[in-house]
Design a protein around this ligand. Structure first.
Ligand code: ASP
Length: 242
């Protein structure tokens, strides 16, 4: 319905949806641009852009960078998109730390794709063991809203996905998080919040800039499409969705 109300090439849709795969479907069906703001436990591409920008800004040698993802690997959509984009940008080492069996990646396709892209992928359940060798530790909230029985799992998992000063005692890694943090199940110990290694605020700030850039790109393309619609180049195919 929304697509029917909008002007192809001039307007766009920014959609967040709870169902994995829904955004790919929307992009296929719509004539306007579709920007994904997250699809369930699937993907969150604009977060990947700001995460990658943050890491590139801090660590110029991406080929040498070891990125550790920590927490709900299975449902953390930002992990799925950020790992994929980082692989495209040259990161060659990634470790996925699921501190509980329930948080482990079930479908191996993401790991398979990363390996195909030349990434050395490791999996473990303990952060302290890999933190000293990490350049970035990227944590996510446990995504209870996507679990069948959130209350049950809160009882089991609370406190598991927490980065502590002890984990970080021999580590110089940068700490990142897409936010929000769950106030009842924190991911970054408050003692690390003002630590220079914790760059969450800087990361969030890049979100504004990268998304502005994305919208500007979209607007540029839209101007072109409007020209096409007004009869200048009517035979061009519809623009691909972002
Ligand atoms: N804001 C991020 C997302 O939309 C992370 C989160 O909600 O945990 O996926």
């Amino acid at each position: 319905m929304l697509d029917a109300y909008l002007m192809p090439g001039r307007d766009g849709l920014i959609i967040r949806h709870k169902q994995k795969g829904s955004l790919a479907l929307a992009a296929e069906l719509a004539d306007v641009h579709v920007i994904s703001a997250g699809d369930g436990t699937g993907e969150h591409p604009t977060q990947a852009v700001l995460d990658t920008k943050t890491i590139r800004d801090r660590l110029s040698e991406l080929e040498e960078t070891h990125v550790v993802f920590f927490g709900d690997i299975e449902r953390g959509r930002t992990i799925h998109s950020t790992a994929t984009l980082l692989a495209t940008m040259g990161v060659k080492r990634m470790t996925f730390v699921a501190p509980h069996e329930e948080m482990r990646m079930r479908e191996p396709y993401m790991f398979d794709n990363l390996r195909l892209a030349g990434v050395e992928v490791a999996e473990t359940d303990e952060l302290a063991g890999v933190a000293p060798d990490a350049d970035v530790i990227y944590s996510v909230r446990t995504q209870y809203e996507f679990m069948l029985d959130p209350d049950y799992w809160r009882g089991k998992l609370t406190g598991k996905a927490l980065i502590t000063p002890d984990d970080m005692k021999d580590s110089e890694a940068l700490i990142m998080h897409p936010l929000p943090e769950d106030q009842e199940d924190r991911n970054i110990d408050p003692a690390l919040r003002r630590d220079p290694r914790c760059i969450v605020k800087e990361q969030a700030a890049w979100g504004e800039w990268t998304r502005m850039a994305l919208l500007a790109l979209q607007a540029g393309k839209s101007a072109m499409r409007t020209a096409e619609l007004s009869g200048m180049k009517p035979d061009k195919p519809p623009l691909a969705s972002v």
